[in-house]
Design a protein around this ligand. Structure first.
Ligand SMILES: CC(C)(COP(=O)(O)OP(=O)(O)OC[C@H]1O[C@@H](n2cnc3c(N)ncnc32)[C@H](O)[C@@H]1OP(=O)(O)O)[C@@H](O)C(=O)NCCC(=O)NCCS
Length: 212
């Protein structure tokens, strides 16, 4: 599998909704709301896709009858619909100085390999580009994995909204003061350990500077 991230378009809406509904179930956004988010000039939505399946999908969309793997066009398109590995969205009106992480989800089969972190780093980088000073988000109190991710990126808890979600689950309101981009000299040399390589992959190389 080869993963890459790009801006989401309405052409991605259908498969985003498949993952959205599977992930958030009763709390899933309506399709209309998701469409507005993706199309909004103030939004920044990304999808992470499987490169190989994306190529097959493009070939099918171009009117070919066969995918790159020799399957029929419809089959290739269906394959590539399953090739959505994750998505994430930021809302940050120009000049507003503040942004919100609207959503993030990674397909269950590709969780735990760094995709969620990469998507978050990309949103933070875009926020910095838009001169956003603070990013806010809400997370279910009973979601330790997402909370660990946000904690590690430097988000701090600033409040709790009692029984905000269905089932009476509290929402934890968090804020990140967008850190400056980290740069390092071109001749900084190779990493001294695997750990430092991992830190760079998660942090400075993606331009967020959010990882210590
Ligand atoms: C939250 C989510 C987006 C994280 O994506 P991911 O690709 O699995 O996360 P990553 O592999 O990038 O891991 C990022 C961090 O999350 C935490 N994490 C990931 N998997 C974890 C696990 N199984 N247990 C505990 N913490 C975990 C860790 O802090 C991890 O950092 P580390 O690898 O340096 O330890 C993903 O689990 C998901 O889609 N969950 C369902 C939707 C959701 O909860 N969205 C958030 C709504 S606010």
């Amino acid at each position: 599998m080869s993963v890459f991230m790009r801006r989401a378009t309405v052409a991605d809406l259908e498969r985003i909704m498949v993952l959205e509904r599977a992930t958030f179930e009763a709390d899933a956004w309506p399709e209309d709301a998701m469409r507005r988010e993706i199309e909004s000039e103030h939004g920044y939505y990304l999808v992470a896709v499987d490169d190989r399946l994306e190529a097959a999908r493009d070939a099918a969309a171009d009117g070919g009858t066969e995918g790159t793997d020799g399957t029929g066009g419809t089959e290739a398109a269906a394959d590539s619909a399953a090739g959505l590995l994750g998505y994430a969205g930021l809302l940050a009106p120009a000049g507003g100085g503040q942004g919100d992480v609207q959503t993030i989800a990674v397909a269950p089969s590709t969780r735990g390999i760094g995709l969620g972190r990469a998507l978050m780093h990309a949103l933070i980088t875009e926020a910095r580009r838009r001169h956003v000073a603070e990013i806010f988000l809400e997370v279910r109190a009973d979601n330790p994995i997402a909370r660990a991710l946000y904690d590690s990126l430097g988000f701090e808890q600033i409040g709790v909204r009692p029984r905000y979600y269905r089932g009476g689950i509290d929402a934890v309101h968090m804020r990140l003061t967008v850190p400056p981009a980290v740069t390092r000299p071109a001749d900084a040399g190779p990493p001294s350990s695997t750990a430092s390589a991992t830190r760079r992959a998660h942090g400075a190389d993606l331009g967020t500077g959010a990882t210590p």
